[in-house]
Design a protein around this ligand. Sequence first.
Ligand code: UDP
Length: 152
Amino acid sequence: MRERSFVMLKPDAVKRRLIGDVLNRFERRGLKVVATKMMVINKELAEKHYAEHAEKPFFKDLVDYITSGPVLAMVIEGGECISLIRKMVGATNPKEADMGTIRGDYAIETGRNMIHASDSTESAVREISLFFKDSEICNYILPDEEIIYEEP
Ligand code: UDP
């Protein structure tokens, strides 16, 4: 099995009807969506997910924002996909994000930066288990994996 990352479209992305556009980018890249869940996150889960930022001045606003509407939580699989997806997402502050990245193409402010993606193997494992049971993640093979990868 290739690497897995936890990716989440935040409420601003869902409310702006950008789910399709963003998923299309991941699929076109050759990545595989193996789990999705639309949900409104409660405060407790939001605080756990962003625990590393608990002492930061923006923590309360961040929790308010992420719980303000539906998110699309997902697990994406692909070769070295954690760093690949971070590159596709772009810098935390969309004003500093390169054009061609998701934040650089669609967002303006850090507090409304549309998307979360795991930043390391450890956070991916932790975040996936916060949002998904093992049984909710699908194992399947796509026919073009042997075209996309040198070693399928
Ligand atoms: N954030 C914020 N203000 C800041 C820094 C971060 O509102 O000054 C929010 C923003 O939504 C960001 C999230 O907190 O995506 C998590 O911050 P992190 O540094 O982990 O950035 P990311 O990994 O999302 O790029």
